[in-house]
Structures are given as structure tokens and as C-alpha cells.
Design a protein around this ligand. Structure first.
Ligand code: AMP
Ligand code: ZN
Ligand code: FE
Ligand code: FE
Length: 296
């Protein structure tokens, strides 16, 4: 036990069927509750559609659900994924931007389906949509369809072969730049945190000052696939740049990222710090927001 104490599981990074997770939002919260989780962020990619259901079930079971979304960006900085905490599902302006991002996701997956067919690995787009059940489309849905059709030996293998970044079937994401993602969350009074910083391809000492300047408030230090050394390094970067150390399982119920639901230790102090940031965001500390471009 640390001085802060870790009395109960906290999971600030989970995905449901509303994006590329395998479980309905309510079922995800039920599973988490049965594992003792008391604070959970639902962070579906580019959507807040699961929040109401998750919050309702959380209220019954004593799980505090934090509404969130994960904005994945792909650029010469590599994969910069931004978690936005405390965004409001009723915010129409934000929903407009999220809808645009979801449309981009759909087009990207359609293009990948076309390329896969041309490469001799046909899957039916209808089947991919069925798997997604209306959720924001992503490679996980395609991976499952490829596995079902026998084109890959396992779901995970799809990411290492046909769906990897160096595969001829791969289509890069079109959407926000990393700085735009951070600004979008801030503009809508959310609290942005850099997810799994290990996927950032440039030195964090280069990226973080710019991200912090754009309004980044946290960094995901606690993550299933981080080594102890990596966690220590991210914690020291958090301290250096004044960022809140966040963490979570990134549970999808499909391929996992090194930890089961609720399985990453996150100190309650991190939630308290996020709450504090949330209060100052709501207090409307004047914040300059750049107009958002449509293309990268
Ligand atoms: P996309 O956003 O469509 O590029 O897909 C990214 C999602 O795929 C991430 O959110 C992960 O959940 C999942 N993913 C990426 N790489 C892997 C992998 N190697 N194994 C399992 N899931 C993965
Ligand atoms: Zn995902
Ligand atoms: Fe991510
Ligand atoms: Fe994620």
C-alpha cells in the first residue's frame, strides 16, 4: 500500500460495444462492479453513446462512471491517443465533431475492406457492420471478420499481418492532429490525458511541451503493458510537466492490452486530481481555442 492507499480498483480506460469493445455499456459496468471497481471511465472511441446506459447501471451498483472518449490520432508523431474525461454527451457541438470522426472511421474501414478483397482476403462489409452492432467502426471489427472468414489464424494475428501498419491493406486514419484532439477536449470543458504514451513515436520530451501548451492535463502512467521502468519514467514526466497520472486497463473484451478489466492499479488521488481539474475547467478559466481544421 502506498501512502495514498489503493483501497479499491479504479479503471479510467474502458471500451464498450458503442465503439470497438465486445460488451454493452451496462454489461461492462456490471462486470467491473463484480470485480470491485468503484470508479470507471467509459472511453469509447469518438462517441459518448454508451454513457447514459453505463451511468444508469453504475448508479444501481455503486460504480461512479466518468463519461469519456478516446480520440485516436495518427501522424508523424505516431499514434497519439487522447482520452477526454468529463465531456458532456448532451454537448451538440462536440457531438458534431465526433460524428465527423465516426464517419471517417467508417470510410477508412470500407477502404480497407476493398483493399483486402483486392489482395485476396475478402470479407463482407455487411458482416463487419453486424459485428460492430452500430458502434464506431475500427480495425477490431475487421480483425474479427477476417478471423471468422479464415483469413487469419486468430483475432490477434490480424493486427500483426493483414491489418498492421505496413500491410498493403492498411489505410491511415484521417482526422485530428494530436494538438487538435487536445484542444477539442479542452474547448468542450473536458480534461485531456495522453493514453498509453508508449505508442508515441517521437521523444515525449518533444511532444509533451506542445501537448501541454495545447491544454493536456494528464498522462496515462498506469497501463497493463507498461514495464515498471516505463511506469517510473512516465510518472517522472508527469511530475516534470505538471500532469495528472491516469491509468486503466484499455479493456475491450477482445484483444487485451496487458490487464483485465479493473486490473491496473490507479490511485484515488488521480481521480481527485481529475475532479479538481474538472472544477477549474467548468469555472471557465479563459482558454484560447484555435479553429479546428478539417484535414490533418
Ligand atoms: P483503429 O482505431 O481502427 O486503428 O484500431 C485501433 C484499435 O485496435 C485499438 O483501440 C486497439 O483496441 C486495437 N488494437 C490495435 N492493435 C492491436 C493488437 N495488436 N492487438 C489487439 N488489438 C489491437
Ligand atoms: Zn479500441
Ligand atoms: Fe488507444
Ligand atoms: Fe483505448
Amino acid at each position: 500500500m502506498t501512502a495514498e492507499g489503493v483501497a479499491y480498483p479504479i479503471d479510467l480506460h474502458t471500451h464498450s460495444l458503442r465503439s470497438d469493445g465486445a460488451y454493452a455499456p451496462g454489461d461492462l459496468i456490471r462486470m467491473a462492479a463484480s470485480r470491485g471497481v468503484r470508479v470507471q471511465a467509459l472511453a469509447d472511441h469518438d462517441t459518448l453513446a454508451g454513457v447514459a446506459e453505463a451511468v444508469a447501471v453504475g448508479e444501481q451498483l455503486g460504480v461512479r462512471v466518468i463519461p469519456a472518449t478516446e480520440l485516436n490520432t495518427e501522424s508523424d508523431w505516431g499514434d497519439v491517443h487522447v482520452l477526454g474525461y468529463f465531456v458532456d454527451p448532451a454537448d451538440a457541438g462536440l457531438e458534431d465533431r465526433l460524428r465527423w470522426l465516426r464517419e471517417n472511421r467508417g470510410r477508412r474501414i470500407e477502404l480497407m475492406v476493398e483493399r483486402l478483397a483486392a489482395l485476396g482476403h475478402p470479407v463482407r462489409l455487411e458482416r463487419v457492420m453486424e459485428i460492430a452492432q452500430g458502434g464506431a467502426l475500427g480495425r477490431p471489427h475487421l480483425a474479427q471478420a477476417l478471423f471468422e472468414a479464415g483469413h487469419v489464424p486468430s483475432y490477434d494475428a490480424a493486427f500483426d499481418t493483414l491489418l498492421s501498419k505496413d500491410s498493403p491493406a492498411y489505410v491511415a486514419r484521417v482526422g485530428l492532429t494530436p494538438l487538435e484532439a487536445v484542444r477539442l477536449i479542452r474547448a468542450h470543458r473536458g480534461v485531456p490525458s495522453l493514453a498509453h504514451p508508449g505508442t508515441v513515436a517521437v521523444e515525449l520530451e518533444v511532444a509533451l511541451p506542445e501537448l501541454v501548451d495545447a491544454g493536456l492535463a494528464g498522462i496515462e502512467c498506469y497501463y497493463g503493458s507498461h514495464s515498471v521502468d516505463a511506469t517510473v519514467r512516465y510518472l517522472s514526466l508527469a511530475e516534470r510537466y505538471g500532469l495528472i497520472p491516469t491509468g486503466g486497463s484499455d479493456f475491450h473484451g477482445r484483444g487485451e492490452h496487458g490487464a483485465p478489466l479493473g486490473g491496473v492499479r490507479v490511485p484515488p488521488a488521480s481521480v481527485a486530481a481529475l475532479d479538481e481539474r474538472r472544477r477549474s475547467a467548468l469555472a471557465g478559466a479563459a482558454y484560447h481555442v484555435e479553429p479546428l481544421g478539417r484535414a490533418r
